[in-house]
Design a protein around this ligand. Structure first.
Ligand code: SF4
Length: 363
């Protein structure tokens, strides 16, 4: 089980394989997202899958709305080896077609696909293709009878909904299951996952759905997913943001990094600036962030504004700069490399040093 001294517990869960990626058990918490291209447009969808993968996305989900979208999956499969999940509502034929096209997993709620025979067909196809099924309950799609029973999409209603869908699969001897219980309410999402985690050992796909635009969505996701992960819950996560899904991946890794669960890309420590700031810290931090945006290596860069707290943080970092009066002191792993004089020289000098550091790391 993945543990750190600060994070000693992770809920034991079964493992499922989405293509080459294991989810649950001792696997790291997996980062996933969903394309927002028209799946029928294989070229555009493949371009977005590639961008997501470059950013560190490990599993990509695609909406399969109709037969044309299901047909496009063959070309999409041929163009990428990223593990892919077909997201299907109601139509079991699309689920079978998606598996035949080489999708690695399904997201489908078996209670919503019609007859028992249709569920039999999907389970047989998923078994034949060794494809797990994610049951994805959203507070907006809880069955009417459960809404009536619980007086709305409460956590209890969401959990009972998930258990109902799980039962469709279990009674057919199918246990290759992942479960999600998403709500746009952070508190309801947390309560629902806590409740479900006591009742099943299937891996949990966690997320706050319809979280919103990048700032609001990132905050809601960080609070909701952060609390769940800190309690050991969650085997894979999706941060849902309105906009380019690639943004979701950076947020997901920052949530995992904040909890010492996973890291990808450099950590940039920059002070908030204050009345003591003696250099163009905002300009410097932005230049550093822009340069490092696509660097996957894990290391720390500190960009600090003054001599009060600056040298301490900069010394701790792999590479850092602390501002002084009209000057900056550059550090590398605790060693002072030198003093740069003249405000106009700070950004170029630090960026040069950063380039040297990145080149040496590659060697
Ligand atoms: Fe202010 Fe210095 Fe702290 Fe930056 S490091 S916030 S400049 S005291």
């Amino acid at each position: 089980m993945h543990t750190t001294p600060e994070m000693p517990f992770r809920r034991p869960s079964r493992t499922v394989a989405i293509g080459r990626i294991g989810v649950g058990g001792d696997n790291p918490v997996r980062v996933q997202s969903m394309t927002n291209t028209d799946t029928r447009d294989a070229e555009a969808t493949l371009a977005q899958i590639a961008a997501l993968s470059d950013a560190g996305c490990e599993i990509v989900r695609l909406a399969v709305l109709d037969e044309a979208a299901a047909k496009a999956l063959c070309a999409i499969r041929a163009g990428t080896d990223v593990p892919l999940v077909a997201d299907i509502h109601f139509d079991h034929r699309l689920a079978v077609a998606a598996l035949e096209a080489g999708m690695d997993a399904l997201r489908i709620n078996p209670g919503n696909i019609g007859s028992e025979a249709a569920v039999d067909t999907v389970v047989a196809a998923a078994t034949a293709h060794s494809a797990p099924i994610r049951i994805g309950v959203n507070s907006g799609s809880v069955q009417k009878d459960l809404l009536k029973k619980y007086g709305g999409p409460t956590p209890e209603a969401m959990v009972e909904s998930a258990l109902t869908h799980i039962a469709y699969l279990e009674k057919r001897g199918f246990y290759d299951i992942k479960v999600s219980l998403k709500s746009s309410s952070v508190t309801r999402t947390i309560a629902a996952y806590r409740l479900l985690a006591r009742q099943v050992d299937y891996p949990l796909h966690i997320g706050v759905t319809e979280a919103g635009t990048p700032l609001r969505g990132a905050v809601k996701s960080a609070v909701g997913l952060g609390i769940l992960l800190a309690e050991g819950l969650g085997d894979t996560l999706r941060v849902s943001l309105t906009g380019d899904p690639v943004t979701e991946i950076g947020v997901a890794y920052e949530i995992l990094r904040a909890l010492d669960l996973r890291a990808r890309g450099p950590e940039i420590i920059s002070c908030p600036t204050c009345g003591r700031t003696e250099i163009d810290l905002v300009g410097l931090a932005e230049a550093v962030e822009a340069r490092l945006r696509h660097v996957p290596d894990v290391f720390t860069v500190a960009v600090m504004g003054c001599v009060v707290n600056g040298p301490g943080e900069a010394r701790e970092a792999d590479i850092g700069i602390a501002g002084g009066r009209d000057c900056g002191i550059i550090f590398r792993k605790g060693e002072v490399l030198g003093k740069v004089r003249g405000a106009e020289n700070l950004i170029p000098a630090f960026m040069d040093e950063l380039e040297r550091y990145l080149t040496e790391k590659k060697e």
